[in-house]
Design a protein around this ligand. Structure first.
Ligand SMILES: [Zn+2]
Length: 167
């Protein structure tokens, strides 16, 4: 689906959500939604605030926090806790289903998609006769450095020595 169609789609979903729940449909809220759907990847609220401020949007932090809550409630945004103190977010509508691996030593974040997770979800749905709205799964790890040899220089070469000293 082209980006513009997705944006139109999420606008309609958000609009319907706001009306149904008695929230005002303000231009600020839709500007925030649009900004989030223009962005690929994960963001925290402070960087979104700075980004919008640099683009001359007049959006307060309070509005930003408030709107993110509404977007979470309408399932248009996912919230993550990658291990730092601050929460991260990403768009969720039509965004490929994926989970996250956090490397705690470098802070690197890896996204992966494993169809078995979808299968688990379907099994749990059938088993308990429920509709699962979302899930949360994080792996935390460090890189395996075992393969790197750490031979100190000069401590090699027993074969060469034998060649030079026959017997
Ligand atoms: Zn992600």
């Amino acid at each position: 689906m082209p980006t513009n169609d997705i944006k139109e789609n999420v606008k309609q979903i958000f609009s319907a959500y706001l009306v149904q729940n008695g929230h005002r449909k303000t231009p600020e809220r839709f500007a925030i939604l649009s900004e989030i759907y223009d962005y690929d990847g994960h963001f925290d609220i402070e960087s979104l605030y700075i980004k919008m401020k640099n683009k001359k949007y007049r959006v307060s932090r309070a509005t930003l926090y408030n709107t993110i809550e509404l977007l979470l409630a309408s399932n248009l945004v996912r919230k993550h806790q990658f291990g730092q103190n601050i929460a991260h977010f990403e768009k969720s509508h039509r965004n490929q289903q994926h989970d996250h691996l956090v490397l705690t030593d470098t802070g690197e974040l890896i996204e992966f998609c494993d169809p078995r997770i979808q299968q688990i979800k379907e099994t749990v749905q059938d088993l308990f006769d429920v509709e699962i709205m979302h899930h949360s799964l994080y792996f935390y790890g460090v890189k395996n450095n075992n393969k790197k040899s750490t031979d100190p220089a000069g401590k090699v070469d027993s074969k060469e020595n034998k060649k030079n000293n026959p017997n």
